[in-house]
Ligand binder design. Structure first.
Ligand code: 6R9
Length: 655
């Protein structure tokens, strides 16, 4: 397995044989059955046109897709709709105004229950308030908020009047916020005094106060009172409760073109400077609504859906705001962190609200593993029927833990691959159809042409590794990089002719299932082999002592690059020389000697973005003794300090 193979694009080292069939009752009643693949294959555009039919259109489209000028796509050409009407008004008009849209739980334990009718009234008022403040269709509005219902209301109010929102993670720095406001030339900023995180008020307004003087386009700042903490007040500031409460509660939603800009959202920046990804209206809403009901088998009358993401991440846009609300779902929204006031908070909430579908990230799952099995075991999780994962490759052991300890061995786990750029889920099992393999995202969804190709752009055979590409345009695709069409072309459409290049390494296993292997920029070149970070990390996590791990390739005089591993141990242990030697052996046994780390450094935490992605490039800086690159999207900058200091004290452990 370890001799150099000619033209090997990415090594396939890990093999996995466990498999799980969908539960029979779920399969029998599933929203989407196996025939959807054939239907979409027979006529992809007719398939997407049918899915667009689940929305209310003011004017029908006359062409499903205009791909005359690739890579610039137009979907549902000539069609007009209002996104907010589709998320709210039509459910109320259909008699579902009393259905709960959001069960909201604040971190301190305060709660709000908001029906579709109530949500609609608030969004109409907010739309009127924005209009009175001078916001017009096509203007940009920046949103810098905690996880409170007003964040969703603010986004929908923008959508209702055709303003383009740009949500920035509450917690990003002045640099990040002002940079994004200026890039979009936002006219209004919507923020809050603060939100609750880790048991205390976390101020947001001061960051806005420091950003606004750097942002000449900003005319008004609307402030929601959440924590009641002291804040400074400037002449551009207005309270949400003053302008929204006073606004007229009637508002007629106007239709906008299917290609009207809905939002700009900046990519996570794990490997490069953030890019403003532009999404438009009709195609985006079609695919988020379709995937939300297909991948989570959503039954709006009976399910309680919970996506644990922050709204400032694309996952929150598509699977807290637009997908669930377009489908008339009832959902839980939680303000705080999973360990406040105790490490069982998630499970307590699932028990309390009888959550049926949970969607969270591998980073959270690995953290729960680290905290121990006994914590979820104290709660009744029997309401759960589907578990989803998103954001990073999920290691097979984390997938198994999720299924066993949260899903009690009965709920399907759906590992969903997608990106800010794709707007909606692209590669994923269907819970009522797919036999799942732990760690694999399985196949492109119906209507999606996902493939794994080699350096030359040829499909790899089963067992081969390469790059994930999308061979056909899809409705919720990004339309461009805001203000930079050339960067859109260069980044996504130039690597392989006629294909979208996702920037992720991938492989096909012997059954043809797709496995995501991490960002191409993170791939390690060891003695002529391209080795994925994901496979080595999964091998480490499959050792019982390891809860989580990051690996990077550091320059090495002998092998080109050598693998440096940063594991976190279960139960917070520190590990000794014997354990480190054992871990190296374990990786060698699992993947082959080529994948043995040269150096292992046990760490208490890893550097992550706010959406939980490991920032390997910062670890590479540490492993190669360089000063750190751009850290503006890091969740906790103190982590890097700790790791850098520790690294200085480790020695080369290679034999
Ligand atoms: C939705 C989201 C996109 C990048 C993507 C990939 C990684 C996301 C994944 C996954 C393996 C999955 N990623 N889901 N990798 N398996 N199920 O995360 O968007 O923040 O733009 O990140 O995240 O590397 O290219 P975004």
């Amino acid at each position: 397995m370890n001799e150099t193979r000619p033209q090997e694009t990415l090594a396939n080292l890990l093999s996995e044989t466990r498999q799980f069939e969908p539960p029979a009752d779920l399969a029998a009643a599933a929203n989407v059955k196996a025939d959807a693949y054939d239907e979409a294959k027979a006529d992809r555009l007719a398939f997407w046109a049918k899915q667009a039919g689940r929305l209310d259109w003011d004017t029908p489209w006359d062409r499903v897709l205009d791909w005359d000028n690739p890579p610039f796509a137009k979907w549902f050409v000539g069609g007009k709709l209002n996104v907010a009407h589709n998320c709210l008004d039509r459910h109320v008009e259909a008699g579902n105004g009393d259905r709960v849209a959001i069960h909201w739980e604040g971190e301190p334990g305060d709660t709000r229950t908001i029906t579709y009718a109530q949500m609609l009234t608030q969004v109409k008022k907010a739309a009127n308030a924005l209009t009175e403040l001078g916001v017009r269709a096509g203007d940009r509005v920046a949103i810098y908020m905690p996880m409170i219902p007003e964040t969703a209301m603010a986004m929908l109010a923008c959508a209702r009047i055709g303003a383009t929102h740009s949500v920035v993670f509450g917690g990003f720095s002045v640099d990040a916020l002002s940079g994004r406001i200026n890039d979009a030339q936002a006219k209004v900023v919507i923020t809050a005094d603060g939100g609750y995180r880790r048991g205390k008020p976390n101020a947001l307004k001061p960051t806005v106060d420091d950003s606004v003087p750097l942002c000449p386009s900003v005319e008004k700042v609307i402030v929601v009172r959440r924590t009641g903490q002291d804040i400074a007040w400037g002449d551009k500031d207005v309270w949400w409760h003053d302008v929204v409460d006073a606004a007229d509660k009637e508002h007629e939603a106007q239709p906008f073109d299917a290609e009207h800009p809905l939002y700009i959202l900046y990519t996570s920046g794990t490997t490069a400077k953030p890019k403003g990804i532009l999404h438009t209206s009709g195609g985006y809403l079609t695919q988020v609504a379709y995937t939300h009901q297909a991948v989570f088998d959503l039954k709006p009358e009976s399910d309680v859906f919970w996506c644990g993401a922050d709204i400032g991440w694309v996952t929150g846009h598509s699977y807290i705001v637009y997908g669930p609300l377009a489908n008339g779902a009832t959902q839980l929204m939680y303000e705080g962190t999973p360990d406040t006031p105790h490490k069982g908070r998630y499970w307590e909430l699932i028990d309390k609200y009888k959550v049926t579908i949970l969607y969270t990230a591998p980073t959270a799952i690995r953290t729960f593993m680290r905290w121990g099995d006994d914590i979820p075991a104290k709660f009744d999780l029997s309401s759960l029927r589907i578990l989803g994962s998103v954001g990073e490759p999920i290691n097979p052991e984390a997938w198994m833990w999720y299924r066993e300890h949260i899903g009690h061995n009965k709920t399907p786990v759906v590992d969903t691959w997608w990106q800010t750029e794709t707007g909606a889920i692209m590669v994923s099992p269907l819970p009522g159809v797919t036999s799942t393999t732990p760690g694999s995202a399985q196949h492109g969804l119906p209507g999606i042409d996902a493939d794994v190709v080699d350096d030359q752009g040829n499909s790899v055979p089963n067992g081969g590794g390469g790059y994930l590409v999308l061979r056909e345009p899809w409705p919720s695709m990004l339309r461009t990089v805001w203000g930079d069409d050339q960067r859109y072309i260069d980044t996504y459409w130039s690597r392989f002719a006629g294909m979208y290049f996702a920037g992720d390494g991938a492989k096909r296993d012997d059954d043809g299932n797709i496995w995501l292997l991490g960002r191409v920029d993170d791939v390690m070149l060891v003695s002529g082999h391209n080795i994925s970070t994901t496979e080595v990390e999964s091998a480490l996590v499959s050792h019982p002592a390891v809860a989580e791990a990051a690996v990077v390739g550091a320059t090495d005089p002998v092998t080109g690059q050598a693998i440096v591993a940063f594991p976190i141990l279960r139960g917070g242990a520190e590990g000794d020389e014997n354990l480190l030697a054992e871990l190296r052996e374990h990786v060698g046994k699992t993947l082959g000697a080529i994948a043995k780390p040269r150096q292992i450094m046990v760490v208490p935490e890893l550097p992550k973005t706010r959406s939980g992605k490991i920032m390997r490039r910062l670890l590479r800086d540490v492993a190669e003794n360089r000063s750190l690159g751009d850290v503006t999207t890091l969740q906790d900058s103190a982590v890097m300090q700790l790791i850098s200091e520790g690294m200085a004290n480790t020695k080369n452990q290679d034999d």
